[in-house]
Design a protein around this ligand. Sequence first.
Ligand SMILES: C[S@@+](CC[C@H](N)C(=O)[O-])C[C@H]1O[C@@H](n2cnc3c(N)ncnc32)[C@H](O)[C@@H]1O
Length: 404
Amino acid sequence: MADRVTVIGYDGAPLSGPARAALASATLVAGGARHLDAVDVPESAERVVMGNVHVAARRISEHRGSAVVVASGDPGFFGIVRILRRPEYGLELEIVPAVSSVAHAFARAAMPWDDAKVVSAHGRELRRAVNVCRAYGKVAVLTGPGSGPAELGLMLGDVPRTFVVCENLGTDQEEVTMLAADKAADRTWSDPNVVIVVGPNPVTSAPAGWIAGQRSNFPGPVRGWGLDEDAYDSTDAATLRPEVRAVVLGRLGPTPGDLVWDIGAGSGALSVEIARQGAAVIAVDRDPVGCEHISANAARYGVEIHVVPGTAPEALSRLPDPDTAFVGGGGVEVVAACAARRPERVVTVLPALEAVGAVHGALTGAGYAVDGTLLQSSRLAPVSGLAHRLVPDDPVFVLWGERL
Ligand SMILES: C[S@@+](CC[C@H](N)C(=O)[O-])C[C@H]1O[C@@H](n2cnc3c(N)ncnc32)[C@H](O)[C@@H]1O
């Protein structure tokens, strides 16, 4: 094991005293080519240009002497520290951080960022990062080759977002460009870069919240799900009753990074409750009044929902593939159209007995393991004095399919 391993963050600023001291006495210095070129590597030290980080980590662990690893920004934030800390390398680390590219980027954009989500598409597929950009109004994306601003803009399609693209931060080639997301594919970008993605209503001047990465300070009740019907604007638009919504939400299991279709979204009560779990939602409804309610309810709860007025299944062909789909209206034809896009789960509600067999068959035939339940609930209603009676709701089947 190396006698000492110091991980130095580099952000373009002159190195701190402890970082310079560690470098001066290093017998091995590892880092990306651009980082090794940027710092003073002692002539006597072994230079390890990092390609495969695991190979480099093994080499460092076998080195006898003082090793230094130079990495970008804060090496503990989406950086090399996670790998170097693996037990198999047996390394004890000292870390001298610099300013993370994310902090640097928000500083260039002159924006607070304790309310921002930070996602990494570096060496990963971009899809889940894109879905977080759909779901939240302030997101920083750590990009990578092939997962950069152009690809991000293309995948966001017509979701209204503004990009602040920060290229080569802390270097002579630093560029900061603000543009509409749908223009990002019109030019090329240099690596490395960070993209700040902001929605139409960034609340940069709102009072501070208490937890990082979360919206706060928006009106309306913030706790729970399966909220009562009167928690939503819903005049003349269909709204799943709370008991059904709660079961559907549980079966969908939305989580940040997911894209959920809510087809036949009605007033958008379910869409709002999905969005409040951090998933991106595309809400489709053919009723313009319902679509207005969806937007109003999204605003009321401070969530981003992409509303698509239109009739399924036709309206679905233009949408990106979902991770999960709920079908609130449209029957077997729409369930089958959703299943054809291969989401992990499809959930639907069916008031009609005859529809159950047809939908079960369609989902089974499409390669889903199907299960379901009949929900029968009765609500308390006061009669006189302290007495209550039970008022039954209409029974409804909830069916769900898990992709095999
Ligand atoms: C593996 S992550 C490392 C993040 C790093 N630990 C930090 O705190 O900035 C690599 C990504 O960080 C971003 N990045 C790192 N250095 C950058 C720079 N000088 N300018 C812009 N983005 C940078 C890019 O998105 C790059 O793809």
